[in-house]
Design a protein around this ligand. Structure first.
Ligand SMILES: *Cc1c(COP(=O)(O)O)cnc(C)c1O
Length: 436
């Protein structure tokens, strides 16, 4: 007799095409089949519980089914679910933008809303490009991006991205960018600054993930290096786009990583944690310098002719607004810093010294544990995560890097449990490393 779980996996694979997933292997990789959730735990179709230690792929901040967020959503449903932002406004979206304005590291910002991080990045690219053409400057058309960069999956975003993740097949569709090294290279900032100085006249913008390159495998850098690159770009009049889709909303210990770096980007992208992980909402944040370069006569070519159907969705805005208040009311950032210290100490003591571990990288609660498999193609990342899932903790790897991304409201007990389970999962795989 098949379990409820197996039955659902079968139905799932018959009709759903999962992202970043080889569908022929989907069922064999023990996917969990969520039916509901409570706080930091997911509950599957058989009633089994899993601690969500990846924050549902880095989006959930306070937890699932947070009563206050649920209520904000219900209250907004009694007003309106969605109306267009193209040429018209919606009260709750205005309130959200007003609440975000003093919090983002951009003075007097304007928010162009979108639904996904990749769309926010595309918007930023187009805005940076048109910013120059609107001023009659036609030769600032290139972007500088870093090795290891990840900015989403649309064509513009993968052009900025460093490749890998099976995206090389799209090389003929990508536009070229100027490529500096990534955070895995200690001298990355020197090279990036030199490239800015040599190519400023043709650069529309520099695009950077401040402090942490998430999808690269949680590669980290120091705030001063980010600051040096941003200072060089701004000194040469090159726009700076800070992609805080992953680092935004508290993950690194401050509301935005840009704060730690001491930078004020010209454009910024936010997404993932914006609605606490509830609904698809992202935004491109523009400084007045950028925004005002698009002002001109009605219907003129200076206008930004770009906008998505669900831009500024009212339900998402209502949840995002309440979420901002809760981050403050609950002193969430204090908890992030305390739990991050605890996690860092536990990883240093129990995980970093293991022979199966190459490196532990962390900023705030964004953590990558890079494994050291004794050979290629041993799928250690996947096997360690599968062993953790069997122990009731949901983890997901990036290659052989186990990503640990606990929710911002994690308790001390949960952090201990994640490290316990990770240690046990690594021991299990280390005891049976795979074919020689
Ligand atoms: C996830 C991510 C994106 C893309 O966001 P989506 O919502 O998945 O489109 C862009 N930039 C960074 C840094 C990200 O981590």
């Amino acid at each position: 007799m098949t379990s409820t779980h197996d039955d659902w996996v079968h139905r799932d694979a018959a009709v759903v095409w999962h992202g970043f997933t080889q569908m022929s292997a989907y069922a064999d990789n023990a996917p969990i089949m969520v039916e509901s959730a409570e706080g930091h735990e997911l509950i599957d179709v058989d009633g089994r519980r899993y601690l969500d230690a990846i924050s549902s792929l880095w989006v959930t901040t306070l937890g699932h089914r947070v009563p206050e967020l649920d209520q904000a959503l219900r209250d907004q449903l009694d007003r309106v679910a969605h109306t267009t932002l193209l040429g018209n406004g919606n009260r709750v979206t205005v309130e959200l933008a007003e609440a975000l304005a003093p919090l983002v590291p951009v003075d007097d910002p304007h928010f162009l809303f979108a639904s996904d991080g990749a769309a926010a990045v595309e918007q930023a690219l187009k805005i940076a490009f048109q910013y120059w053409t609107n001023q009659g400057i036609g030769d600032r058309t290139r972007y500088l991006a870093l090795g290891g960069a990840y900015h989403g999956d649309t064509i513009g975003a993968i052009s900025l991205g460093a490749g890998g993740f099976g995206t090389d097949v799209f090389d003929p569709l990508r536009f070229g960018v100027l490529r500096a090294p990534g955070y895995d290279r200690p001298d990355w900032a020197d090279t990036a600054v030199a490239l800015v100085e040599a190519h400023a006249h043709e650069l529309a913008a520099v695009v950077v993930e401040p402090l942490v390159q998430g999808a690269a495998g949680i590669e980290v850098t120091d705030p001063a290096s980010v600051r040096r690159l941003v200072d060089a770009a701004q000194a040469h009049d090159v726009l700076v786009i800070a992609d805080e889709v992953a680092t935004g909303f508290g993950r690194t210990g401050t509301l935005f990583a840009s704060e730690q770096c001491g930078i004020r980007p010209d454009l910024m992208t936010i997404g993932k944690g914006l609605t606490g992980g509830y609904l698809a909402m992202a935004a491109t944040v523009a400084s007045p310098r950028v925004h005002d370069a698009f002002l001109g006569p009605d219907l003129s070519e200076r206008t930004l002719y770009h906008g998505h159907s669900f831009s500024g969705n009212a339900l998402a805005a209502a949840v995002a607004l309440r979420h901002l208040h809760l981050l403050d009311e609950w002193d969430v950032l204090d908890n992030v810093r305390a739990r991050a210290d605890q996690l860092g100490a536990a990883l240093d003591e129990r995980i970093a010294p293991l022979g199966e571990v190459e490196a532990v990288r962390r900023r705030g609660l964004m953590t990558g544990v890079e494994l050291a498999p004794p050979g290629d193609d041993l799928r250690w990342g996947r096997r360690v995560c599968a062993a953790a899932v069997r122990r009731g903790v949901l983890l997901r790897p990036l290659g052989d890097v186990v990503v640990v991304m606990p929710m911002l409201t994690s308790t001390a007990t949960e952090i201990d449990r994640i490290v316990d389970v990770l240690a046990a999962a690594i021991a299990e795989v280390g005891a049976d490393p795979g074919p020689p």
